[in-house]
Design a protein around this ligand. Sequence first.
Ligand code: SF4
Length: 199
Amino acid sequence: MEVDSHGKFIYSDTDVDRTEGQIVEELKANSTGIIPDPDQWLEEDLRENILLTSVDALLNWGPRSSIWTAICFPACCAFEFIAANGPRFDLARFGMEILRASPRQADLMITAGTLTWKMAPSIKKVYDQMAEPKWVIAMGACGISGGIFRSSYNVVPGYNHIVPVDVYVPGCPPRPEALIYGIQMLQDKIAKRTIAKKG
Ligand code: SF4
């Protein structure tokens, strides 16, 4: 490329350069205003009131945020559940401070205690009366496997022999923090449910 007496480049004066210059000049002439944000195409009311999500996320959000527990605590683990439900550990944070005496108004069974074969039919009846969808947390060694009473002739070696269990919380008894961790695991499980059937 040639350079003039002041050391500046001398650009060629070909048709290609002229056309390119013309395009640039037209763009400059037409670009004096600011292009609006695409969201401004929506009216103010719509912009502030539309939230996009999936059907699964919406339908799972309700149950996972308002799990109601059936009163069904056969033995000593129950006291740790009571502590978890008190003001210090505050299960109300998870929308589940309400205990239901009627299984028809509950969707969670927390098996806080040893289960004997004599009580097993009653536990199954309570579970069967709970409305779908429903979940079970096996709380404590007795709930998981019969615990220290496992070899006793009258003890059920785990609630999962009677009802389907979703989450197991080990301990004898588990502390409230452990139960709350189990509840959070259950919430995660509920959030992953797929309501729409896969084809
Ligand atoms: S796991 Fe321990 S605290 Fe819980 S019911 Fe069994 S013996 Fe009692």
